[in-house]
Design a protein around this ligand. Structure first.
Ligand SMILES: C[S@@+](CC[C@H](N)C(=O)[O-])C[C@H]1O[C@@H](n2cnc3c(N)ncnc32)[C@H](O)[C@@H]1O
Length: 274
């Protein structure tokens, strides 16, 4: 299944900022506690975007892990390289299309991660096969366990309130989201077949919006035409604005009723060992 998805940097950075401002929990802490990226590790971050996870691992390992961030968006890679330079880090940000063979030798990495990205892959067996190939195999002689894969993404119950408001505003079905519809099923099962051990972890984050405006910023940064995930709901900019107005009217109604808007992110983390 080919998924025609793009992520404009302004939308991605807006959503990251909103999670930081209004979230009750910190996904970075959860990720670090699960993975504990150590000095000396060789790490590949697939679909790295503007480098959120790569910078997190760099900080946690005090700049002593070897980190490569790969993405097919030159716009986002440029943002990541700019920050890399500004903070004096040594992360290697390079082009990587996860629908194509990864440009690395077998058994290069100790850890391969992908946050909210790799589940957009067209052919899951191929892409996770590539992740498996570039991870270190277990070594019985030295007693080293195999390399680890970590993939985070939305679980089906993710941000129910967001979808409920859009459903009430439009009275039409929400287009299927490639992430949440496949994460716990196809994606978990594909990884589980390829890897020796697979676990599913869960992270919950309640985003409490004290007014309607930041919620609408989140809506705009999710439904934008360039992301191509919601375009079945509108045709061109005028219809997009009509849709946004309808969503805002329902969001205001909910806000006046409840005094706040609370959206719960429910994120899954698949952690697998080769
Ligand atoms: C929601 S963003 C997440 C970015 C980053 N991992 C983060 O947590 O901030 C999804 C990312 O997947 C990237 N992406 C989508 N399709 C891709 C592909 N075929 N190959 C590589 N990256 C891709 C997008 O460019 C975007 O950076």
């Amino acid at each position: 299944m080919k998924i025609d998805y793009q992520e404009p940097s302004k939308d991605l950075l807006m959503r990251i900022d909103i999670h930081e401002k209004y979230g009750s929990a910190n996904i970075d802490v959860w990720t670090n506690e699960l993975l504990k990226p150590q000095a000396g590790m060789n790490i590949l971050d697939v679909g790295c975007g503007a480098g959120k996870l790569s910078f997190l691992f760099n900080e946690y390992s005090k700049g002593k892990a070897k980190i490569t961030g790969g993405d097919f968006s030159e716009e986002l890679l440029e943002k990541a390289r700019e920050k890399n330079k500004n903070i004096g880090a040594n992360i290697n940000f390079q082009f990587l299309d996860f629908n194509q063979p990864f440009n690395f030798a077998d058994q290069t990495f100790d850890l391969c991660t992908s946050a909210f990205a790799i589940y957009y892959a067209s052919d899951l067996n191929f892409t996770f096969g590539e992740a498996h190939r570039v991870l270190r195999s277990p070594d019985a002689l030295s007693g080293n366990s195999g390399g680890r894969l970590f993939v985070s993404g939305p679980l089906p119950e993710n941000k129910q309130m967001f979808y409920d408001i859009i459903k009430e505003a439009t009275r039409t079905a929400i287009p299927p989201m490639p992430g949440s519809s496949r994460f716990k099923g196809d994606i978990f099962n594909t990884i589980d077949k390829l890897f020796a051990k697979t676990e599913l972890h869960k992270f919950e984050n309640h985003l409490t919006f004290p007014e309607v405006a930041p919620f609408m910023d989140y809506v705009r940064a999710s439904l934008g035409e360039d992301r191509k995930l919601w375009t079945s709901m509108f045709n061109g900019n005028d219809e997009y604005e009509v849709l946004i107005d309808k969503i805002e009217a329902v969001a205001k109604k909910w806000f006046n009723r409840d005094g706040k808007l609370v959206m719960t992110k429910v994120v899954g983390g698949i952690l697998a060992t080769k």
